[in-house]
Design a protein around this ligand. Structure first.
Ligand code: ZN
Length: 162
């Protein structure tokens, strides 16, 4: 996953939680005859660097921020997926609460154009494609006269028609 901005521009990232902390390391600096730093992040999850030049510490901090971004974006994607799934399940639940099996409906097997066909539902609605390890993806119902299930977006209760 790389489709997110450089971390200073990432809205998901709480920059107040991640401040680079850089401290000079006197012994290593003395040996190297220049100032070297140990860097870490204020969040406490970044392994402190070796005594390095400040640019190298900055690079390590960037790498840490990238890891944080991957985690944030993975979690956000999972939450979004969960919300989508819940919305689909709600469509099914609402339908089943409202439309008993045997209700007269109008349905469309292709484009939702024209009058469509009429029949009665012969199943409760459910999510197509569900298995033990995969949630279903499309709310559908079986209708008398139609060989395969029909997407709920293409089924309408006849009593509901204006
Ligand atoms: Zn951090």
């Amino acid at each position: 996953m790389t489709d997110f901005p450089y971390w200073p521009d990432d809205p998901l990232l709480d920059r107040t939680k991640h401040r680079m902390q850089m401290e000079s390391e006197p012994v290593a600096s003395c040996l190297a005859k220049r100032t070297l730093y140990i860097g870490t992040c204020s969040c406490g999850e970044m392994t402190p660097t070796e005594p390095w030049d400040n640019y190298a510490v900055s690079e390590a901090f960037d790498a840490h921020m990238y890891d944080v971004q991957v985690e944030l974006h993975t979690a956000a994607a999972a939450a979004q997926q969960e919300a989508r799934q819940a919305a689909k399940q709600k469509i099914v639940d609402d339908w089943n609460a409202r439309v008993p099996v045997g209700t007269p409906v109008r349905y469309w097997t292709g484009e939702r154009e024209g009058d469509g066909k009429t029949g009665r539902t012969r199943s409760a609605a459910y999510l197509l494609g569900a298995s033990s390890d995969t949630p279903g993806h499309t709310p559908v119902v079986f209708v008398e006269g139609a060989g395969s299930c029909i997407g709920l977006t293409h089924v309408q209760e006849i009593g509901d028609e204006a």
